[in-house]
Ligand binder design. Structure first.
Ligand SMILES: Cc1cc2nc3c(=O)[nH]c(=O)nc-3n(C[C@H](O)[C@H](O)[C@H](O)COP(=O)(O)OP(=O)(O)OC[C@H]3O[C@@H](n4cnc5c(N)ncnc54)[C@H](O)[C@@H]3O)c2cc1C
Length: 479
């Protein structure tokens, strides 16, 4: 009797789970026995997705939502039968504030990403100075760049919209998604659409108008959408951990090898790949999908594939932390009429942003309480993540006091640190990926996927995991 074919997955974050799910589906559909072994160094699965239920609160330690514009998360949730558990952003508030000049200013209505699309609210806003507004409007006149190819986020925004737009909107809003530094962020790897807009429309403002018009046309022409309307950002009633739990259930416990840190992976000829954990225990697999952080993948591959390991090691990461705090509503003087605020680097403060979590999402805290979540660290202030809990809490409280005038202590707080947790797509990232692909393509049965490569958001990670699984399945050549 021949033993079933085996695929190993390293890393049990959303990318690894999506890969395991896709393989489970494939095996079932083809009525084939396939062994799936997913190795995760931690005791729990989910990676950056951590939902903690501590009655009456629901805390997200990492991501708290995903965008619906990229379809892969929504599609997976539908396949899993969880559509009824999706949670829109609450209608009790909308928008966001920007902290500037020692005050919170509402981001003008109609600003999409960083581009103003509604003239009146933009002109009325005190966030951008008059010279800054005029400079932003000049986007319509600035000729498009002659050279094609990549550019940093900072260079692009300064060129099209001016320095004030970079400092007060693009850096905290767009750079903030990656906790990154716009001065070295590759626009082509992160937001290629901006470059396309410039090339197609000659200007960002016109490009954004065109995009809006196209979307309106699309909505008009498409058949009535099924199910209730969804907001741009979406979560789940019980938090994103629900998606992880459901995937665990569908994939089945037999596949999971938790608390197994993989230290080495090497080609093993006919046997495919040999996988060794920290304790020296080995197993072999026909194919292996590595979904860990790229520096961790580098450590596993260094002995046999040193050039690949070097390339993987060169992808930089930054550290960040989230600090959630529960306050009695009466202790917060602010009307909390938005989803939170962002803090530009030029404000020189010690937090990057604060989400007013229980305002943005229902089911997060009881009526009389408010849950806030502060972001610490990122490319500009990584050292702050190394502080002890008490020190970090004191710092966040001081910042909240300065910015929101909250002087009372929180009733509860939760800290999650993400050391080297956020990959940075810096200039040259795409060329880097091409070099990595060239090496992996010459090693049958080796696949790399996850946040370090082609998109850090949950939808992109799911897509990468599933695509890697399809390739691994095809490589087994199962008839
Ligand atoms: C604070 C924060 C907020 C975020 N907010 C959002 C958001 O709101 N929306 C959004 O879409 N995205 C958000 N992101 C990004 C998103 O959460 C991540 O990019 C995504 O979850 C990464 O998934 P992954 O599976 O690729 O990697 P990970 O979740 O990092 O999983 C990798 C796994 O590999 C394991 N591992 C590592 N080394 C080994 C080894 N040697 N052996 C075995 N296992 C190993 C790790 O323990 C980990 O579980 C956020 C990220 C952070 C840090």
């Amino acid at each position: 009797m021949t033993s079933p074919r085996k695929i190993a997955i390293i890393g049990g974050g959303i990318t690894g789970l999506a890969a395991a799910y896709e393989l489970t589906l494939k095996a079932k559909k083809n009525n084939t026995e396939l062994e799936i072994e997913l190795f995760e160094k931690d005791a729990n699965l989910g990676g950056k997705i951590i939902t903690k239920k501590e009655d009456p609160y629901l805390i997200e330690g990492g991501p708290d939502c995903f965008i619906i514009e990229k379809p892969w998360a929504l599609q997976l949730i539908k396949e899993l039968g969880l559509e009824d558990e999706l949670l829109n952003t609450s209608s009790q508030a909308s928008g966001t504030f920007v902290y500037d000049n020692q005050a919170l200013h509402r981001l003008p209505e109609g600003v999409m990403m960083m581009v103003p699309t509604k003239p009146l609210p933009f002109l009325k806003s005190k966030l951008i100075s008059w010279p800054g507004k005029i400079r932003m409007a000049c986007d319509i006149l600035v000729p498009k760049r002659k050279e094609s190819g990549d550019e940093t986020l900072a260079s692009f925004v300064k060129r099209r919209l001016g320095k004030e737009a970079l400092d007060k909107m693009a850096e905290p809003l767009i750079g903030g998604i990656h906790a990154g530094n716009p001065e070295n962020m590759s626009l082509l790897s992160t937001f290629p659409r901006f470059l396309e807009m410039e090339q197609d429309g000659g200007s960002l403002i016109i490009g954004m108008f065109k995009r809006q018009k196209k979307m309106v046309e699309m909505m008009k022409n498409r058949p009535a959408p099924s199910g209730p309307k969804k907001t741009f950002f979406i979560s789940m009633n019980d938090g994103l951990g629900r998606l992880v739990n459901k995937l665990e259930e569908v994939i089945g416990n037999n596949s999971f090898r938790t608390e197994r840190e993989i230290s080495q992976i090497r080609p093993a000829g006919e046997k495919g790949w040999l996988i060794e954990d920290k304790t020296g225990k080995t197993t072999s697999a026909d194919a292996v999908i590595i979904t860990t952080e790229t520096y961790s993948a580098a450590n596993m591959l260094r002995l046999e594939l040193p050039r690949l390991a070097d390339l993987l090691d060169e992808i930089p990461y930054v550290s960040s932390a989230t600090v959630s705090l529960a306050f009695p509503r009466k202790d917060i003087p602010h009307p909390l009429d938005a989803y939170g605020f962002i803090v530009p680097k030029i404000a020189n403060r010690r937090i990057m942003a604060v989400t007013w979590s229980s305002i943005k999402w229902d089911h997060r805290a009881p009526e009389e309480m408010v849950l806030l979540r502060a972001f610490v660290g990122g490319a500009h202030r990584q050292e702050l993540v190394d502080q002890g809990d008490q020190e970090m809490l004191t710092m966040v409280r001081e910042e909240l006091n300065t910015i929101m005038n909250i002087s009372s202590p929180p009733q509860k707080s939760w800290i999650y640190r993400w050391p080297q947790g956020m990959p940075q797509y810096i200039m040259g990232h795409l060329e880097h990926l091409a070099a990595i692909d060239k090496i992996t393509a010459s090693h049958k049965g080796l696949y790399l996927a996850g946040a370090g490569y082609r998109g850090i958001g949950i939808p992109d990670c799911i897509n990468q995991g599933r695509q890697a699984a399809v390739k691994a399945w095809e490589c087994l050549n199962i008839q």
